[in-house]
Every structure is written in C-alpha cells, then in structure tokens.
Design a protein around this ligand. Structure first.
Ligand SMILES: [Zn+2]
Length: 166
C-alpha cells in the first residue's frame, strides 16, 4: 500500500483515470484501438490484430476515451486578447496546436485534445486529457507567437490551467 501512495505523490495531479488495477493485461480500447499491454497503453496495430485473432483479450475504454466521454479535462488552455481574435493568427495557432498534439500523442497516446472551443469575446479554449499536453501547447504558442503565459494548478489540484494572452 505504501508503495502505491508514494508513487501517487510523484504525480503533479492525481489522475483518477490512471488506476491500472482497473485493466486486465491485455486490453483493447474499442473506441480508439489502443492496446494495454506490459503496464502501458500503446498504439500497436500488429499486436492488436494478433490479440483479436487469439481472442484472449479484454475490451474496455482507455483512460483518454473515458475522459473525453465524461468531459473530464486535466488541462485547459485559455487563449485571449486581440491577437487570437484575428482570423489569420487564430488559424495559425490552431494548426500549431494540432501539430503539437500529434507529436505528443506519439510519445503518450493517452495525451489528447478533447475539444477546441470558442469562448466568450473571441477567446479560444482548448481542453486536453493530460496536464502535460496543456503545458506543452502553452509553451509552443508562446515560443511561436510571444505573448504572456501563465500556468496555474487549480486549488483542488485536479486541473492545470494554462493562460495565454496577447
Ligand atoms: Zn481509447
């Protein structure tokens, strides 16, 4: 028990969806096709095909798909200011965000964009399944477009808010 508690303290945010005891090894996510094997979730179509053929596999939605279905983001990026209201800059930022998310997903397939929404006053709001992706998006936007960036954990430590303004 102590081991598990110690491990949890390493997380900046306690992710209630990452309890690995919920999953049998191997498991396939019926929604996105990720495979849980060797204690990690991975994109491995060969392994998936093989497991499906053998039939000895569980089917259960992966943590990312469950967060998306529950609308439970762990990171939210708020973009505001006149810069982001400009159509050209806005589409440039959205392209950058999608590109960064693809790169992140290659290293962590559970890290995904849940939604890109229009907020009030032309703000842009991006919800992510991990706090790491939200931080990465904020930093990439600041690198490419300058502006002011702030990262704040919510009081209950359940969410990372990434606030960018220009
Ligand atoms: Zn999934």
């Amino acid at each position: 028990m102590k081991d598990r508690l110690d491990k949890r303290l390493d997380y900046k945010i306690n992710d209630p969806y990452l309890d690995k005891t919920q999953y049998k090894d191997p498991t396939i996510c019926p929604t996105c096709g990720l495979v849980y094997h060797g204690k990690t979730w991975k994109r491995d179509d060969e392994l998936k095909k093989q497991l499906e053929k053998e039939g000895k596999v569980d089917y259960k939605e992966c943590p990312a798909c469950r967060k998306i279905r529950d609308n439970y983001p762990m990171g939210v990026v708020y973009l505001s200011g006149n810069y982001v209201k400009d159509e050209f800059h806005r589409s440039e930022i959205i392209n950058l965000v999608k590109h960064e998310a693809e790169k992140e997903e290659n290293s962590n397939p559970l890290s995904r964009i849940m939604a890109i929404e229009n907020g009030k006053d032309g703000d842009l709001v991006i919800k992510t399944t991990t706090e790491g992706l939200a931080a990465r998006l904020g930093k990439a936007i600041q690198r490419a477009h300058k502006g002011n960036l702030e990262l704040k954990f919510s009081d209950d430590q359940k969410l990372l808010r990434v606030v960018w303004e220009r």
